[in-house]
Design a protein around this ligand. Structure first.
Ligand code: ATP
Ligand code: LTN
Length: 338
């Protein structure tokens, strides 16, 4: 049951393409320890995925794969509410109300919108621009206070704050004003091929991205090919702004092995990049293997996943309905006669 005395946490990932090591280290992994102290909701945000073109059958598959992956990564459905966004219709309904509070100018300024509009120039649909309003709706619907996301989502959470504050001052106190919860080291895992850019699901270069479903051979191959830095200090494993490739691998190594970056620098002193990259690969593989095995097991148990999603949607709906009816009342809509 939702515990009203605990602060609420909400987060989500889009079931778009393959989930990356960046998504895991920057987002999903940081969710699991929150489950004890917070009232958590973790959502598979399928409606968001529609803002870029999807193959319907793939979207359906990715949605169930991601649900199983959440659980395989340690989300406990008996503790947290795990659900699919489109199963709770209030998300889209609140988004409409918030659309009347958000300004075109502020949506137009969003970095992710500008970036995605550039990358999908043939499909700059209204949903792409409205994406952050739907995200604000996800968050505000549950009165969530903390939003654990990677750095790239900070701007969207800030917009959700602005919308909440604006709504509250226009219609009286209604929404909890949310804030970001950023992990210290994993919040921005970089591309293996272009270590100044973030590792992204939608990167067309397969070598740039480690996917959570990659087998050990693929992980090793990609890490061997990872761009390292051609400085005079070649083969020195050091965390340094001038060495973005090695710094990124050091972060990945540290997060996957539990060894601090400083200790890893000592461990690989004088050893060269080759040895270091193999160790990074071992550490990544040891994190991925148990997750992959558990995801596979869960996907084979369709009945279990269906029960989790049914219960998740029911628990989420109960909270969502309360907020939406409050919002409808505040903005002046006549309540439905029951
Ligand atoms: P896309 O490339 O389609 O924009 P994405 O890889 O950014 O996708 P999202 O579904 O948008 O994935 O992000 C899910 C979560 O993962 C968000 O909290 C986001 O901040 C986090 N995240 C995504 N990429 C990284 C990364 N490289 N490092 C750390 N966190 C990340
Ligand atoms: N936009 C987020 C996914 C997302 C989300 C949310 C994250 C949709 N709604 C609400 C936190 C809270 C992204 O990762 N790209």
């Amino acid at each position: 049951m939702a515990d009203e005395t605990k602060k609420r946490v909400f987060s989500g990932v889009q079931p778009t393409g393959k989930v990356t090591l960046g998504n895991y280290l920057g987002a999903i992994r940081n969710w699991t320890p929150l489950q004890e102290s917070f009232d958590c909701l973790f959502c598979v945000v399928d409606l968001h995925s529609l803002t870029v073109r999807q193959v319907p059958a793939e979207l359906r598959k990715n949605t169930l794969d991601l649900t199983a992956l959440y659980i395989a990564c340690g989300i406990d459905p008996s503790q947290s509410i795990l659900f699919i966004q489109s199963h709770v219709h209030e998300h889209a309904e609140l988004a409409w109300i918030l659309d009347t509070v958000a300004y075109v100018g502020e949506l137009n300024r969003m970095t992710q919108f500008k970036d995605k509009a550039r990358r999908h120039a043939d499909n700059i649909n209204m949903g792409l621009m409205n994406y952050p309003v739907l995200m604000a709706s996800d968050i505000l619907l549950y009165q969530a206070e903390y939003i654990p996301v990677g750095k790239d989502q900070v701007q969207h959470v800030e917009l959700a704050r602005d919308i909440a504050v604006r709504f509250n001052s226009r219609y009286s106190d209604t929404f909890v004003v949310p804030q970001c919860m950023l992990s210290k080291t994993g919040s921005s895992i970089k591309s293996l091929q272009e270590p100044t850019a973030k590792m992204s699901k939608s990167d067309p270069d397969d070598n740039a991205v480690i996917s959570l479903t990659d087998d050990p051979d693929a992980v090793r191959r990609k890490l061997r090919r990872a761009v390292t830095d051609s400085d005079t200090d070649a083969h020195c494993v050091r965390h340094d702004a001038a060495k973005p490739g090695i710094s990124n691998l050091l972060n990945v190594y540290s997060l996957c092995s539990g060894v601090s970056v400083a200790d890893a620098e000592k461990q690989f002193e004088g050893k060269g990049y080759g040895v270091f990259k193999e160790a990074v690969a071992d550490a990544v593989v040891s994190v991925l293997q148990p997750i992959q095995a558990e995801q596979k097991r869960l996907l084979a148990d369709k009945g279990y996943l269906e029960r989790v999603l049914k219960e998740g949607a029911e628990r989420a709906s109960a909270i969502a309905q309360r907020t939406l009816s409050k919002v409808y009342r505040k903005v002046g809509l006549v309540p439905k006669i029951r």
